[in-house]
Design a binder for this molecule. Sequence first.
Ligand code: BES
Ligand code: MN
Ligand code: MN
Length: 456
Amino acid sequence: MSNNGAVSGYIDANLDRFREELFEFLRIPSVSARSEHNDDTREAAEWLMQKMKHAGLETTLHETAGHPILVGEWRGAGSDAPTVLIYGHYDVQPPEPLDLWTSPAFEPEIRDGRIYARGSVDDKGQLYLHVKAIEAHLKANGRLPVNVVMLAEGEEEVGSENLMPFVEKHVDLLKTDAVVISDSTMFAPGMPSIGVSLRGLAYFEIRVRGAKSDLHSGSYGGAVANPATALARIIASFHDDDGHILIDGFYDDVVAAPEFVEQIRTLPFDEQEYIAEVGAPALVGEKGYTTYERLWIRPTCEVNGLLSGYTEEGAKTVLPAYAMAKVSCRRVPDQDPKKIEKLFQKHVEKVAPSGVTVEVLVLHGGKPWRARLEGSLYEAGARALRHAFGRDVIYAGEGGSIPIVSEFERVLGAPALLMGFGLPGENAHAPDEWMSVENFEKGTHASARLLEELGS
Ligand code: BES
Ligand code: MN
Ligand code: MN
């Protein structure tokens, strides 16, 4: 039996260094979406590989058509002991708009117990705490209680396109009894949480073209179709006044999940607090559902970006030739990605006004996921989190997507534990992203304890 006191002692004695190392990681602008950051993204992979090696993992960098995938292994627990696969991503979202950051996105700074930087919580801080937990076991005890495979990718924020085939191709290397992921949020501060669902995604770009070039809006306006107006009509056709989605067949495969709804309704919800957190004047959403149901078990159709015509200072009288929208649909079990793509394309074709041409591109997608919550993995997770945070876990849904999770379960046949250490209001993907110092530290203890629990 290994000495857990030594492990948590090692963690406590090294927390300052762990945080400083995380700061180094955060200073590398590994923005996967931007090719001008390709070298930085590689640098983040190489930096992380060195740290995984230093922790004691035998680590290999696998080239892909995009950003590298890292696999770190420690298999000294023997073939009778279970294997745990820990997954996370070292890429981050673009930091723009830069002028809305209080301190620069890639110059981490602590204010009020929070580490502010792009990637702090999504996902560098949450990934790195597992590296440190592994280091603590191996330096304090010379061994881990279980076999560990750590898998880190650099394309999560752009759809994990190269990780999917990698997992299929390396089933033997990645073979595991459990998958552990920290890339989600806790229900509330101080309330350790296990994530029980993720929504899937189907992402589209709609391009609307009218005349062959921009035109004088006086000379031609009224006689020639306006692509911006046409696009607005298309977008407005997605919902009715009650927030239901009007795409034919969109809800056909949505599973009602009454047990999950019942459990969701036991969770406390403070509407005023939520309104204050998001800073919007009021909440809206699909009629007949509570806020958590809208976020966790109902699909959506959201405009992510809009582009058309003149948007600079002052007025310019112009009839635009082009309009574009980025639209994403969050999906829930059992909506099929291919089917939703077809239904969406058919709907846009059907409602497209005359006088313009409309093109729908499919950018990326991912499957939704729901935990079955049975077996020793979830019990071990609950015990580890209770140990680190001093209170019982909450089982909460997540509105976001991690497309690889359902693939892990399908291809590797192992259950996934979502043990997130983010918090509401963390500003992931937005300016002033932060992770709480306390959660980075308690998360490290929780991870170390989880390995212990899974080994016993
Ligand atoms: N960590 C998030 C996903 C997430 C957020 C899970 C909040 C649970 C709670 C992840 O990095 C992410 O942003 N995923 C993308 C999907 C991807 C295909 C671009 C997302 O949800 O938009
Ligand atoms: Mn993430
Ligand atoms: Mn993200």
